[in-house]
Structures are given as structure tokens and as C-alpha cells.
Design a protein around this ligand. Structure first.
Ligand code: UD1
Ligand code: CA
Length: 463
């Protein structure tokens, strides 16, 4: 049976107090709308429509390439008016009937199972509403039923602003998500009026129309409120972010990852962790990160798109992006691995060391205050404090090659392109601009002299 999914995303989101469209605000590193599209992608074959209006250009470029098609709603005259814009595009479904599933771009955490159940409850012939019982239902559309009990037949939805005192006591609310028989939906939205408190075309008025026609109306329930919570303000966004992060943290804990504190953990992407992994407080993981067995991550590290090998230890306050760290390596505290940093097994990178687009072979060490950019570093190299590769001549980047077992003293400048021969030593303070021979000591610095008979100046007495 034909399934159309409509995601409403034309609203202004005034309470965000932002220049950016609400549905493009980020939750866990992904836009609110991106979360919904990620969920709909799990719903089997369907066509997906996004209603755009406020910030339409930005929203439309954000959905480019997702397969969803945008339909503009200008101006925005209510949720029923939004659906009026899209109905000409919806599949009628012929004899089989079709289902239209309506979701919200600002309700990001709807679960695929719940959305699927909602579409199935419709089955092309019933009007299915997703409802939830809230302690505080202020602002929501209330579900009217025959008799007071939840078991009564659904008769309609009354918006908060149009509800009587008595109706406002109802705690079962409409979540903003429904599934309707497509052909009937077309008929119902065409008949909507805007004679209500807000002067808007309410999609929710179709419920009473279905009841009047004898079309069955069913309510399905969300498993928990997190999946139906909408984002209207920065406060609600932050609340949902925490709930989402807690859910991810709990899943990792369940899988055996030892988080020092699940309340101080942030994952904005995916984290694949082996056995006996420990993560201290305040870490942020972004993009795709993999951690091997027995990896330990110290407090306050930011790690993005990286692979950390088994047994490696990342000490506190380290920043890693687009890098890989070999098994048993030690990194940090306060280290920075930039894109293209590839550390072999047992490599040591210490405090205030920056590595970019460089490969360090097994056992190489740069323990203090150093820079390695566009370098190929051999096994067991010891790279001294304060040494840097001068890899950029102002126009082009050049490579530095350091052979196995080289010892670079402190405060050296290696002016690339340059090769340091295997087993060689570079004396501290050298500025190396030519290749050095293997196995020898290379020194390039001013010679030390002693000036005999020199005396230190003394202060002249005044007046
Ligand atoms: C709507 C429901 C209400 C429900 C609540 C759940 C109606 C009339 N009311 O109310 O019963 O409890 O959601 O959160 O449907 N939108 C458009 N075009 C418009 C207006 C809205 O695309 O012209 C989009 C918004 O971007 C948003 C969604 O529709 O994604 C809901 O709109 P909103 O104004 O938040 O509806 P509520 O008044 O909260
Ligand atoms: Ca709303």
C-alpha cells in the first residue's frame, strides 16, 4: 500500500529567538529535521514530503540529496493549511487506498517503531492519532472522548486556546503526529474552516469530520514522552539534548563501556567501543569514533572522526580530529592530533604537541611542546621538546622525512623538504635546511664562545 510521509517544518519557531529556522537547530550534532529524516528512512518504501515556509531556502538546501521533496507553504495559515499544500502530490493509492503519515520537523526523537505502528494503525482506512497522557497538558490539543475514561471513543481534538475549563482538565493530548487514509485526508482538508481562537486552519479539525463520516478513529500511544516532545525554545532543546545523551550513555553502559558519569558525556555521532573501555567525565565524541579494547580516555577530551587502537591511553584535555592512534600509544595531556595524524603502536605524544598529516612509526616519541606537520617519522625516533617542522614556505607545504632511530634534540627547526638520515642525531637548537647523513651528529647553530676578561656592566651612581 502506498505510504506518503509528510514532515511539517514551515513554522517560525519564534521562541527560539534565532535567525535560523527552528528545524535546522542541532541536537547531538544533527539537525532536528535530520533526526526525523533519519527515522523515516527506516520506514520502508515511501515518498517523503517536507513542508517548508520560514527559512525555506535554508531548509530546502538542508534536505537536498535526502530523497525528500519540499513543498512550500506561503504564508503559514495553520497545520491544516500546511497539509492543503501537499495533498495534490499525495498518492491516491487506487483501490488499495493509501496512507499519509504526518510527522513534525521539530519533534526529533520519534522512534521508527512508533511511527511504523501509527501508519499500520491507519492501514489506509482508519484515522490514527498518536497521543500521550501528560501531567501538564498546557498548550496541547486535548483528545475528546465519549465518556471520561480513556476507553471511550475518540470524538475530536480541541486546541488548548479553544478549550473550555472542563476540557482543559483532559490530560490525554495529541502529539501532532497522525496517519490518515490519503483519499479521505484530501477530502477533509479541503473542507477545513478557520473560525477558531487563532484564525488558523487546524489539521486537528479533521478528527470530528472522520467521526461524522463514520470513519474509525484510533489512538496509538507513544512509549515515553521523550519521543513526542517538541522543540520550541532553547530550554526545550537543551532538555531534549540531555535526554538523548542520557539514552546514548545508558546504551553504552549496557554494552559494558565504563563511563565515569553518564550525565557528563556527549556523543554527536557514533561511537563503537571494544571491551573494558573507560571514559572519564566531560568528553565529547563527534562523527564516527572507534575505540579498541581497553582504551582509556581521560577527562575533557574532544575526539572527532578517529580510531583509537587497543590499550591506548588518551590523557585529559586532548583534542583529536581525523586521526588514528595505534595500539598501546600514549597521547596527552593537552595534545592535539589534527587530520591525517597516523600514530603507530606504542607512540608517545606528550603535552602541547601538535601533529598534522604525519605518520609516526612504532615507538616514536614527541613528548613535549612540539610540532610535526607533513612529516614521516620512523620507528623509535625521539623528537625533542620545542622542535618543529617548518613545513610551509608561505605558498606550498613540504615533507620532512625522519629515518628510524633518529634523535632530534630540543628546539630544532627542520626546514622542509628535508630528510634526516636513519640513526642520526640532530644537536639541540639546530636549524636544519639540508638533508643529514645517517648515523652522524648534525649540528647547525652558532658556535659557543667564551670572552675572557669581560665584565658585567655596573650601575652608574646618580648625582
Ligand atoms: C499542534 C496541534 C496540537 C498538538 C500540538 C503538538 C494543530 C492545530 N494543533 O499545535 O493539537 O497538541 O501540535 O505539538 O495542529 N506548521 C506548519 N505550517 C503552519 C503551522 C504549523 O508547517 O502554518 C508546522 C510547524 O512548523 C510545526 C507543526 O506544524 O512543525 C506544529 O505547529 P505548531 O504551531 O507548533 O502547532 P501547535 O499550536 O503546537
Ligand atoms: Ca508546537
Amino acid at each position: 500500500m502506498a505510504l506518503d510521509i509528510v514532515i511539517m517544518a514551515a513554522g517560525k519557531g519564534t521562541r527560539m529567538k534565532s535567525r535560523h529556522p527552528k528545524v535546522l537547530h542541532q541536537l547531538a550534532g544533527r539537525s532536528l529535521l535530520g533526526h526525523v529524516l533519519g527515522t523515516t528512512a527506516q520506514l520502508g518504501e515511501h515518498r517523503c514530503w517536507v513542508i517548508t515556509g520560514h527559512g525555506a531556502d535554508a531548509v530546502e538546501s538542508a534536505i537536498a540529496g535526502t530523497g525528500a521533496v519540499s513543498v512550500r507553504q506561503m504564508p503559514q495559515l495553520g497545520t491544516g493549511h500546511a497539509i492543503q499544500q501537499v495533498v495534490p502530490h499525495l498518492a491516491d493509492g487506487g483501490a488499495e487506498g493509501g496512507t499519509t503519515l504526518i510527522l513534525n520537523g521539530d519533534v526529533p526523537l520519534i522512534a521508527a517503531d512508533t511511527a511504523r505502528a501509527l501508519a499500520q494503525a491507519c492501514g489506509g482506512e482508519r484515522l490514527a492519532l498518536l497521543t500521550i497522557v501528560l501531567d501538564d497538558a498546557t498548550g496541547y490539543g486535548r483528545i475528546l472522548r465519549s465518556g471520561d475514561a480513556m476507553g471511550g471513543r475518540v470524538l475530536g481534538i480541541v486546541e488548548h486556546k479553544d478549550a473550555s475549563e472542563r476540557q482543559r482538565e483532559i490530560r490525554e493530548v495529541y502529539t501532532g503526529m497522525m496517519a490518515a487514509p490519503t483519499a479521505a485526508l484530501k477530502r477533509w482538508v479541503a473542507a477545513l474552516k478557520n473560525d477558531n481562537a487563532q484564525g488558523e486552519f487546524y489539521l486537528t479539525d479533521i478528527v470530528a469530520m472522520a467521526v461524522a463520516e463514520g470513519v474509525p478513529v484510533v489512538a496509538t500511544h507513544a512509549s515515553d514522552d521523550t519521543e513526542v516532545l517538541g522543540v520550541n525554545s532553547p530550554l526545550q532543546l537543551a532538555d531534549l539534548e540531555r535526554r538523548f545523551q542520557r539514552r546514548q550513555a545508558d546504551a553504552l553502559l549496557e554494552a559494558g563501556v565504563r563511563l565515569a558519569d553518564p550525565a557528563r558525556f556527549d556523543l554527536r555521532g557514533t561511537l563503537a567501543a571494544g571491551q573494558d573501555v573507560e571514559i572519564d567525565v566531560g568528553c565529547v565524541f563527534e562523527g564516527a569514533v572507534t575505540l579498541g579494547n581497553e582504551v582509556r580516555i581521560g577527562a575533557h577530551c574532544v575526539i572527532r572522526d578517529a580510531a583509537i587502537g587497543a590499550g591506548a591511553v588518551i590523557h585529559p584535555f586532548t583534542h583529536i580530529e581525523g586521526a588514528s592512534v595505534g595500539a598501546g600509544a600514549l597521547v596527552g595531556p593537552y595534545a592535539r592530533l589534527r587530520p591525517g595524524a597516523v600514530l603507530g603502536e606504542q607512540v608517545h605524544i606528550g603535552n602541547f604537541v601538535e601533529v598534522k598529516n604525519s605518520t609516526l612509526a612504532k615507538g616514536a616519541k614527541a613528548n613535549h611542546l612540539a610540532y610535526l606537520g607533513d612529516a614521516t617519522v620512523g620507528e623509535r625516533v625521539n623528537y625533542g621538546a620545542g622542535s618543529i617542522t617548518a613545513n610551509y614556505d608561505g605558498a606550498n607545504k613540504h615533507r620532512t622525512v625522519i629515518g628510524d632511530d633518529v634523535h632530534i634534540g630540543s628546539n630544532c627547526v627542520l626546514i622542509a623538504p628535508v630528510t634526516i638520515g636513519a640513526g642520526g642525531t640532530v644537536g639541540g637548537g639546530s636549524t636544519i635546511s639540508k638533508d643529514t647523513p645517517a648515523g652522524q651528529l648534525s649540528v647547525a647553530r652558532g658556535k659557543q664562545v667564551a670572552v675572557a676578561g669581560w665584565t658585567r656592566p655596573v650601575k652608574t651612581k646618580k648625582g
